[in-house]
Design a protein around this ligand. Sequence first.
Ligand code: 5GP
Length: 223
Amino acid sequence: MRLRSRLQGVFEVLVRCSEKNLLVASADLLSQLWQHTGMSSSTVTVIAGPTAVGKGTVIARLRELFPEVELSVSMTTRSPRPGEIDGVHYHFVSEDQFAQLIDSKQMLEWALVHGKYHYGTPRGPVDDAVRRGVPFLLEIDVVGVRQVRESLPGARFVFIAPPSWEVLVSRLVGRGTEDPAEQERRLRTAKVELAAADEFDVTIVNDDLELAVHELAHMMGLE
Ligand code: 5GP
């Protein structure tokens, strides 16, 4: 971490010199130095996309094919659904515990999702994965994505999109895990998320699962 802040210092001095060419060259130099330290956050891939787009399925299939890929386990204040295991699918915490994690700076990012529950990424496992240089995935909402972009600018940002709005609605209704009020809330959030697609480095349309997974694997440099 000390090396990282020293590199950032060097970068800031170069930015202050701020000739455009120098700026571009220094960004390139920084990224090369970063790679040599083995502490590049380019091993981190952040995935977002609207409800029911199949992010979970894409990630599960990717990890079947590439077991070396690790996945962040988020904190959430919502209750577990049937079959969800604490510490595996999420860390289920109270609102008080969540607030304490924020206060003690243990969250990389956090957001109130669907206007209802808090979700966030614990910082420790991300730092650890960056140190070890292993491919690491975060699956979070677009509010969280904007925070990670600030703190881990070297990460890759991938948006998973549905083939169409109609397909998204029928997937959400078809899976039947939410009541109509919750479906409506999720579809409202989905519109906001879809509008943010161009903030991402790449959009993968989840029309064909295998194609989507290979596109993601390629983007992460796994194949
Ligand atoms: P669900 O309640 O269906 O498990 O998750 C709802 C949404 O919460 C997900 O689609 C995802 O966008 C978001 N989410 C899950 N974990 C995190 C997290 O750690 N941070 C943020 N910002 N959003 C998350």
